[in-house]
Design a protein around this ligand. Structure first.
Ligand SMILES: Cc1cc2nc3c(=O)[nH]c(=O)nc-3n(C[C@H](O)[C@H](O)[C@H](O)COP(=O)(O)OP(=O)(O)OC[C@H]3O[C@@H](n4cnc5c(N)ncnc54)[C@H](O)[C@@H]3O)c2cc1C
Ligand SMILES: Cc1cc2nc3c(=O)[nH]c(=O)nc-3n(C[C@H](O)[C@H](O)[C@H](O)COP(=O)(O)O)c2cc1C
Ligand code: SF4
Length: 665
């Protein structure tokens, strides 16, 4: 009997039909926008997938590929409607399989969720509808068009098989064409494709049968949403019935997801924000697993090896589908199995990756600055002090990092691992900077890995971090650095309102007791910090109004997470005004205009300022007096977020000592 990797259940080999998987970990399909404008696989996505295969997953389900010429999902997503896509996909498969990893190709048609803004794709579906994301009208499919789409799926499955894929997966989840037919919410047809669940499942079942007839030996998986997470969504009995029909039809595995991408409110259940529990889909997946004897695979905020073990231990699924966890760290499996000493770089469920896709940009990851640059040497992502490296190893330098927030720590970590002698000086009594504020609001504890992973590595590199140090030119000269990283962060932007002395949101987040329970509060600024302080004050029973000068609230947040937070705030009675301009506070009455119209909040106890941040560069005169070249990093350069700050820190750490990086500023 083979030994489980790492002595873990997730390390046990398993079977899906004829396919042997070396462990229980499967990479979830995730769009990247790394393809060409005309849908071909690129060198970039080959490296991206190969690294994840090398990282130890047993199988990779590559991102949804559009089966029809009229069905493109994104401007740079993969297409498979023609034989010309086969050679590129064959190279993609080869890149995956060279690491003893199986390649599964996901096929999709978005149906009514096609977007005219993407290459003018026409939304089509079972019944009259509007794409809720875009308002585009959905044209009803006729029987001959349904048959043509089924044949597109068959031809595309054949192309996957020709490209060397190990199996095909039909995407019948997340609100796309198959699910639009499955759900009585959207499918109001009166022909053989509407009505009973057998009829609503007919499009999917006929497609399965056609593929089985054409490719009897090609394993076929189906992805289903266990639940739609809406009142009028399909009931669990329907999903169980479909699951049984699929098993009967020869499907070899069910890949279980949830929700529908038809609006941010429902998409939250496909790609879950941190307010949803870890292993979010488990309760919905369990009855489906119990109803069939083919293996089930489950995704949904399974972020740590402990989460994954617990799913298998609870008997909720046979295999684990890891999505964002592998975006954040391709080596997650290797690390879980004890084959790599570094800690896992944990996903923080911020959904910036998905947001970028939605905005038609290539996917990036907040905690993993190397995502999308896998063609670069990977040793750079987690550089070690020794070992081979294609990048020139710079001559060792003395590096002083001023500021021990995430930006400074990231620069210090990378520079130290590249062989430099690094020290961090932090002015406050403890390192971390704004991370202490960023983890404070409800559900925000999940962002801790943005800090913890880097801090752990910095400790293992033995970099001294001296706290309570107020650097001056003399001290800097005495340390004699060759280069200084100025990562001194930001300060909250002050707010002046006639008649008011606003508190800063940062101070309230650090100490919510500054606001008495039940107080009436106006938060000026509806960005992430303003909304989070409101979220915290709900817990103190406050009556809260948020005023935002811009037309939208927290546009910098990923929409799944923003929608989640806004719904929670609205349910708690928080009031919002956009395009707001604060006038004055008189006798507890805060006067403002919103969209030009006058308004007031009466009985105001506190005004809280959350109007952004200004770079803190107070240390620069000392640095310049010491005459040492320096680089501004993170919020000290320009107030941003973890994405910008970690990139800055990472790139600066890499560049120290290289010829182009020796100049000042
Ligand atoms: C409430 C809140 C929630 C947030 N949530 C998110 C989020 O969910 N996602 C996201 O992407 N971003 C979020 N952010 C933004 C993010 O936290 C910051 O962009 C990031 O932490 C900035 O990192 P930094 O290292 O540049 O600066 P900081 O974290 O500010 O660190 C700077 C450090 O420098 C120290 N320092 C200052 N002067 C000196 C000196 N002279 N010498 C030595 N040390 C000095 C400071 O004490 C501090 O420790 C949030 C911010 C706040 C306030
Ligand atoms: C950027 C991104 C793209 C995605 N694209 C797809 C896709 O092409 N097909 C699909 O079935 N699911 C897609 N998903 C959903 C994931 O497969 C997965 O079900 C979801 O992210 C939840 O799992 P996780 O918590 O492990 O990330 C995508 C998710 C993300 C974050
Ligand atoms: S961008 Fe955020 S949600 Fe996406 S993988 Fe990275 S940390 Fe996770």
């Amino acid at each position: 009997m083979p030994v489980a990797q790492g002595g873990l259940r997730i390390g046990e080999p398993g079977w899906i039909g004829p396919l042997r998987l070396k462990n229980r970990l499967i990479m979830a399909p995730m769009g990247t926008n790394f393809g060409t404008g005309d849908g071909l696989s690129t060198e970039r996505d080959r490296h991206y997938y190969a690294l994840r295969a090398e990282g130890g997953v047993a199988a990779i389900v590559t991102e949804a590929m559009a089966v029809s010429e009229g069905g493109r999902a994104h401007n740079n997503s993969l297409w498979i409607y023609h034989d010309r896509f086969i050679p590129g996909l064959a190279r993609l498969v080869e890149a995956i399989r060279q690491h003893d990893c199986l390649a599964i190709g996901q096929l999709n048609h978005r149906g009514g969720l096609l977007r005219r803004m993407v290459l003018n794709m026409e939304p089509v579906g079972p019944s009259p509808w509007r794409n809720p994301n875009t308002g585009d009208e959905v044209r009803v499919l006729q029987a001959d068009e349904i048959r043509a789409i089924q044949l597109d799926f068959v031809a595309s499955a054949r192309r996957l098989w020709q490209a060397g894929y190990d199996a095909v997966e039909l995407h019948a989840a997340n609100g796309y064409l198959f699910q639009q037919f499955l759900t009585q919410r959207i499918n109001h047809r009166t022909d053989q494709y509407g009505g009973s669940i057998a009829n609503r499942a007919r499009l999917l079942l006929e497609t399965v049968h056609r593929i089985r007839d054409a490719l009897p030996d090609f394993p076929l998986w189906v992805r289903l949403s266990c639940t739609e997470y809406c009142d009028d969504g399909y009931p669990i009995e329907d999903v169980i019935a479909v699951a049984r029909m699929l098993e009967q039809a020869g499907v070899t595995a069910l890949d279980l997801s949830g929700g529908t991408n038809e609006s941010p409110a429902l998409s939250r259940f496909c790609i879950q924000p941190p307010s949803m529990p870890r292993r979010a889909l488990e309760p919905h997946a369990r009855p489906i697993r119990a109803a069939v004897s083919i293996p089930t695979i489950i995704a949904g905020r399974i972020l740590s090896p402990e989460d994954a073990e617990a799913v298998l231990e609870a008997g909720s699924a046979d295999f684990i589908s890891l999505g964002r966890a592998l975006t954040a760290d391709a080596y997650w499996p290797r690390k879980a199995f004890g084959k790599s000493p570094a800690p896992i770089r944990g996903c923080i469920s911020c959904n910036v990756c998905f947001e970028r896709l939605t905005l038609e940009r290539d996917v990036s990851c907040v905690v993993n600055p190397m995502l999308g640059t896998e063609f670069e040497e990977q040793a750079l992502a987690e550089p070690q002090p020794t070992g081979p490296t294609a990048w020139p190893r710079p001559a060792p330098r003395r590096v002083l990092v001023l500021g021990g927030g995430v930006g400074g720590i990231e620069a210090a970590r990378v520079a130290a691992a590249r062989g430099h002698q690094v020290e961090v000086w932090e002015k406050a009594a403890r390192p971390g900077g704004q991370i202490h504020l960023a983890v404070a609001a409800p559900d925000k504890a999940e962002v801790e890995p943005a800090w913890g992973y880097r801090w752990t590595l910095l400790q293992s590199l033995g970099v001294p971090v001296r706290c309570g140090v107020d650097a001056d030119a003399t001290m800097i000269r005495a340390f004699a650095p060759d280069h200084i990283v100025v990562a001194t962060g930001a300060r909250p932007r002050p707010l002046g309102i006639p008649g008011a002395t606003p508190l800063q949101a940062w101070d309230v987040i650090a100490d919510p007791a500054l606001i008495p329970e039940g107080a009436t509060v106006v938060v000026v600024g509806g960005g992430i910090v303003g909304l989070e302080v409101a979220d915290m004050l709900i817990l103190r029973g406050c009556r809260i109004t948020v005023l935002e000068a811009m037309p939208a609230l927290a546009p910098q947040m990923a929409r799944n997470n923003r929608t989640d937070l806004l719904l929670r705030l609205e349910q708690a009675g928080v009031r919002f005004h956009t395009k707001a301009r604060v006038e004055r506070l008189v006798g507890g009455r805060l006067e403002f205009t919103a969209d030009g119209a006058p308004h007031a909040v009466v009985g105001v106890d506190h005004v809280i300022a959350a109007i952004g941040a200004l770079p803190n560069r107070e240390v620069l005169p000392a640095v310049e007096a010491a005459g040492v070249p320096y680089t501004l990093v993170g919020d000290a350069n320009q107030p941003g977020d973890f994405l910008s700050v970690l990139r800055d820190g990472f790139m600066t750490g890499l560049a120290v000592g290289l010829p182009h990086a020796t100049g000042a500023g």
